[in-house]
Design a protein around this ligand. Structure first.
Ligand SMILES: Cc1c2[nH]c(c1CCC(=O)O)Cc1[nH]c(c(CCC(=O)O)c1C)Cc1[nH]c(c(CCC(=O)O)c1C)Cc1[nH]c(c(C)c1CCC(=O)O)C2
Length: 344
C-alpha cells in the first residue's frame, strides 16, 4: 500500500483531507472540443473508439496531460453496458444515442440479460489497465458507470429525451417491472464498477445525469433503494462520486444513498449545498459549463467565487456542473485549470 500522505490531491480531497491546491478535473475533458479528438473521430466511429483500448488510452491520457488536470477519466460511455444486457445500441450522427429495441411493455423486462462477470466489457477493463500503466503516479484514474435511473431512461425511451415521460410513465404504471429493470441494472453495474476498480481505477463516478427530473418523494420511492444497494456493493476503499444534475431538491436523499463525494451543478450555491450535506461528504463542482464560452475574466471571477465558497473546508474537487460543451475553446479550459491551481 502506498503511503496515503503521498496520495495525489484529488484522492485526498475525495477523503476530505486537506490539500495545498484545490484539485480539478472536468467532465467530458476528452471530446469533440479538442481538434486531436475530432481528427481521430474522422477515421473511427465512437463505438469503435470505445472498444479499442489503445485508442481509448490515447484519448484519455493526452487530454489529461494537455489540460494539466489532477485526474483522468476513463474514455468510454455510460451506455456501453446496455449491449451485454441485450440492447441494440447505436450512436447515430446528429441524433446521439439510439436504442433500437427499447423496453416498452412490462413483459419486455424479461429480455434483459444478466451480466455475471465483466467479460463482455473486457475492452473497458483492458483500457483501464492500459491507461493506469500510461499515466504518471501523480494522476489518478477515475472509472465510471451510469446510475440505474439514468440508464433506465435510455433503455425505455430508446434514446435521449426532454422530459423522460415514457420512462416515468413506465415507472408509475408498473412499479413491479420498474424494480426488476432497476435491480438488473444495479447488479450489472456493481459487477462492472468492481471490475474497473480491480483493473486500476482509483475512484468511481456514478452518473445519474437525469435524476433531477424526479420529485424527492419519487426519488426516495423508485430510485434511492437501488442506489443504496449499488453503493453498498462497491469496494469500500475506493472513493465514489455520486453525480447528478438538477438535483437541488434531492441532495440529502442522494447523500443518504451513498457516495464519498456528491456532485453539484451550478443551480445550487456550493456553500449552501455543502452545509445541507453536512460534514460526512466531499463535494465536486460546480461551474456552469457555459461560463467556459465567455471570457477569461468571467471564468476567473466565477472560479474565484466557487473557491471562496469552498474555502476552509477540506474536500472540494473543482469541476463543472456538467460536461464540457463541444464549442468550448481549449484555451479557456486550460486557463481555468491554471487559475484554480494558482488560487489560494
Ligand atoms: C448521459 C451520458 C452519456 N454518456 C455519459 C453520460 C453521463 C454524463 C452526462 O450527463 O453528460 C458519460 C460519458 N460519455 C463520455 C465520457 C468520457 C469521459 C469524459 O471525458 O468525461 C463519459 C464519462 C464520452 C462521450 N460520449 C459521447 C461522446 C461524443 C461522441 C462523438 O465523438 O461524437 C463522447 C466524447 C456520446 C454520448 N453519450 C451519451 C450521449 C447523450 C451522447 C451524445 C451527446 C454527445 O455527443 O455529447 C450518453
Amino acid at each position: 500500500m502506498p503511503d496515503r500522505h503521498e496520495d495525489p490531491p484529488f484522492l485526498k480531497a475525495c477523503r476530505r483531507e486537506p490539500t495545498e491546491v484545490t484539485p480539478i478535473w472536468l467532465m467530458r475533458q476528452a471530446g469533440r472540443y479538442m481538434a486531436d479528438y475530432r481528427e481521430l473521430r474522422s477515421n473511427v466511429s465512437f463505438l469503435e473508439l470505445c472498444k479499442t483500448p489503445e485508442l481509448a488510452t490515447e484519448v484519455t491520457v493526452s487530454a489529461a496531460e494537455r489540460l494539466g488536470v489532477d485526474a483522468a477519466i476513463l474514455f468510454a460511455d455510460i451506455l456501453l453496458i446496455l449491449e451485454p444486457l441485450g440492447f441494440d445500441l447505436e450512436f447515430s450522427k446528429g441524433d446521439g444515442p439510439v436504442i433500437h429495441n427499447p423496453v416498452v411493455e412490462p413483459k419486455d423486462v424479461d429480455r434483459l440479460r444478466e451480466m455475471p462477470d465483466a467479460t463482455p466489457l473486457g475492452f473497458v477493463t483492458e483500457a483501464v489497465a492500459q491507461i493506469r500503466a500510461a499515466l504518471p503516479a501523480s494522476i489518478p484514474l477515475i472509472g465510471f458507470a451510469g446510475a440505474p435511473f439514468t440508464l433506465a431512461c435510455y433503455a425505455i425511451e430508446g434514446g435521449g429525451s426532454r422530459h423522460y415521460d415514457r420512462a416515468k410513465a413506465f415507472m408509475y404504471r408498473d412499479p413491479g417491472a420498474w424494480d426488476v429493470v432497476m435491480s438488473r441494472l444495479v447488479d450489472a453495474t456493481a459487477v462492472y464498477l468492481n471490475a474497473q476498480a480491480e483493473a486500476g481505477a482509483q475512484a468511481l463516478q456514478v452518473f445519474d445525469s437525469w435524476v433531477g427530473t424526479l420529485s424527492p418523494s419519487d426519488y426516495k420511492r423508485f430510485v434511492q433503494p437501488h442506489m443504496r444497494r449499488l453503493f453498498a456493493a462497491l469496494p469500500a476503499d475506493v472513493p465514489t462520486i455520486h453525480f447528478g444534475t438538477g438535483t437541488a431538491t434531492l441532495l440529502e436523499a442522494q447523500r443518504d444513498a451513498g457516495g464519498s463525494v456528491i456532485g453539484l451543478d451550478w443551480r445550487v450555491e456550493l456553500d449552501e449545498a455543502w452545509d445541507r450535506l453536512g460534514p460526512g461528504v466531499a463535494v465536486q463542482g460546480n461551474l456552469d459549463p457555459v461560463v467556459l464560452l465567455s471570457s477569461r475574466e468571467e471564468i476567473e471571477r466565477q472560479a474565484r467565487r466557487i473557491l471562496d465558497q469552498a474555502a476552509g473546508r477540506p474536500g472540494h474537487v473543482f469541476n463543472l456542473g456538467h460536461g464540457i460543451l463541444p464549442q468550448t475553446p481549449v484555451d479557456h479550459v486550460r486557463a481555468l485549470v491554471e487559475y484554480v491551481h494558482q488560487a489560494r
